[in-house]
Each structure stands twice: as structure tokens, then as C-alpha cells.
Design a protein around this ligand. Sequence first.
Ligand code: ADP
Length: 402
Amino acid sequence: MFWPAIALVLAGALVALHFWWRARYRAEEKRAALSLQRVAEQHSQAQRQLELRQDAMLNGMTEGLILLDREGRVQLSNRALGRLFGLTEDIHSRTLMEALRRHELAALVQGLTSDEPVASSEIRISTPAERWLEVNAAAILDGAGQSSGVLLVFHDVTRLKQVERARKDFVANVSHELRTPLSLIKGYVETLLDGARDNPEVAGKFLHTIDRNADRLRLLIEDLLTISELESGRLPLQLQPVRLRELVEKVLADLRPRALNRGTELRSDIPELTVNADPVRLEQVLTNLVDNANKYGRPGGHVFVSARSAEHQQVECSVADDGPGIAPEALERIFERFYRVDKARSREQGGTGLGLSIVKHIVQSHDGRVWARSEPGKGATFYFTLPVASRTQQSAGSPPEG
Ligand code: ADP
């Protein structure tokens, strides 16, 4: 009786132990599964974060980028690349030729070797817009020196190219403009030395031509120096409150003797307006515009300078003439350096072709705008804006004397 009871209790205890172990095992199993799940979640979160960071880095770049795998197929590319080449489709897994259709790029990649794993080149693309790209290609080598892919980076160097082209054009134009009066001076001096000086009438005429061309050279050099000063920012603007009416009247008074030669009448109607400007530069703007209106207007014509308050705390000033005006295709270009509608006419008037580009430079450096309107046959009007001097500026600074 005693033993069976003990056996029963033991069996009961064993069953209880079994269930306890099972429950504990299950709980452990559940805990392990939960922590595994947590680790997996953390891992995929970290992976996602890494991908997001990689995406942000790749797509935040201004340079276009392509990564090719060992087979030469696109493994990775960024948004900038799509923008530069105007790509509309996914290029993943395509060959470089299929993706970008540029033989020179395929040749660049094929030329990479373990001895020369880096190469660069420049390409011009015409769609979606004309651009110049500098391409740097680098082979990705494994430990054994074998290529396991290629990285291509595309820099947009269009702006640099344009600046370079403008610089070359400028140098060519300056050389040409300097050479013309210089050759004339040299030619006339040689003729004088060869005997023309013995004929006082001829000598007088030649000396006048030499004098006129020397003046042209001087004006050209002065304008070139002004442009160089403005561009280098060596002479910063001396901004101060300037009373427009007084300055315009001074400019008109200075130019009146010259206008009289062509019978041009110079008039103005300027309300009481004070602008925040560099008075010396502003005088240069007004002088250039009024002088042009006199030079290119009709003989016996009228030049009228006016001004009004405009929106955004600006003053709009205009210089109008009643001359032959400017054709629409020329109107778009007259602010370019050395652009003249009629070269011979400009030279005859002592023009350098730089006046309006100086005007544009000065106005823009005052945060203003300059433009021209013209109806051929009905004159031309040049407009520019300048910031109004604030009340504090007006009370702090004393306006220049007229
Ligand atoms: P320039 O030294 O030749 O006068 P600008 O830069 O001052 O050079 O002017 C460029 C060209 O714009 C001039 O050569 C002229 O053909 C044209 N132009 C400028 N102002 C006028 C105007 N008021 N009417 C007609 N043409 C003008």
C-alpha cells in the first residue's frame, strides 16, 4: 500500500515536472523567437537606413554617377545622371552603350587596364540641352588586380566652357579693336615719314586722322579699364543717397555742347527722387545713355530723360530719343560687349562698343535692371532701375552736389 502510493506521487511529480519543463521550454523558445525577430527587425531597419543614406548621398550629388558590374552592366546610377542625359527609362542591368548610346564612353571603359585603371575625357551632349561633361572613369580592382566593375562620374563643365569661350572671344575682340587704330596710326606715320610731311595740306589731314585714332585707342583703353575694375570688384560701390534730378541736370549740362553739334535738344523731367547709388557710376550710366541717344538719334532730334517711382522700392529712369531706333534682332544683343548695330557708324562717332555693357554692369551691381525698347523708325528708349534711398539713408548721408 505504501509503495504504490509513493510510486503514484513520484509519477505525479514526474508528470508535473514534464509539464513545467515543457512550459519553460516553450517560454524560452518564444523569448528566443521574439529576440530573433527583434534582431532581424533591427537589422532590416539598419539596412533600410543605410540604403536611405546611400540614396540621399547618390541623389544629392550634382555629378552624374554610374557603377558597372564585372559584365559591364549598370548596377547603380543616380538622379543627376538621368538629368544630364535626359533619361526617361530605368537603365539598370543595361550595358553602357544601351543606356547612354555614346561610343566614346564605351571606348573609355574598354581602355581601362590594371596598369591604367583611371581615365578621363570630355564629351558634348546636345539633348536635352547643349552641355559639356567631363567624365572620369575608374576600374574597381579586386585583390588579384582583376577588374570587378567600373565607376563613371560625370561633371557638368558647361559653365566653365562658356566662360572660357567668352574670355577667348573677348581677347580676340580687344586685339582686333586695338589693332585697327594702331595700324592706321602706323600707316599714316610711315606715309608722313616717306615724304608726305613735305605737303602741308596732306600732312595736316594725316595728323588729324592720327589724332582721331589715338583718341579712339585712349577711349577703348579707358572703357576696358572700367570693365576690368567693375568685374574685379577692386573699386567697391560708394553707395549714398543721390538726388536724381540734380545729377541728370549736371549730365545734360556737360553733354549739351556735344549735342549742339548735331542740333540735338536735351531735356529732362525728373521728380524729387533720391536713389541709393554710387554717384560716380550713376553719372557714367546716364552719360553713356544720353551720349548714345545723341550719337545714334537723328540730327536735330530730341533726347528726353525722365524718372518715376516704381514698385519694390525702386526708381525707374528712362532715356528716350526720336532717332531711327533699333531693329528687334539687334535689341536683344546691344548690351553685349563690342556689339554694334552699325560698326562704321559707331567708329565714326568714336564708339568703342563697350558703353552699354558698362551700363549693364553698373546697374546690375546696384541690384537694378536695364533694358531697351524700340520701334524702328520711332526712336529708342533705354530704361534702368535703382533702389530708392531709405529715409534713414537719406537723413544719414548728405546728397552730392549737382
Ligand atoms: P558704342 O560705343 O558703339 O556706342 P554701345 O555699347 O554704347 O557702344 O552701344 C552699342 C550699339 O547699340 C551702338 O553701336 C549702336 O549701334 C546701338 N545703340 C545704342 N544706343 C542707341 C540708340 N539710342 N539708338 C540707336 N542705336 C543705339
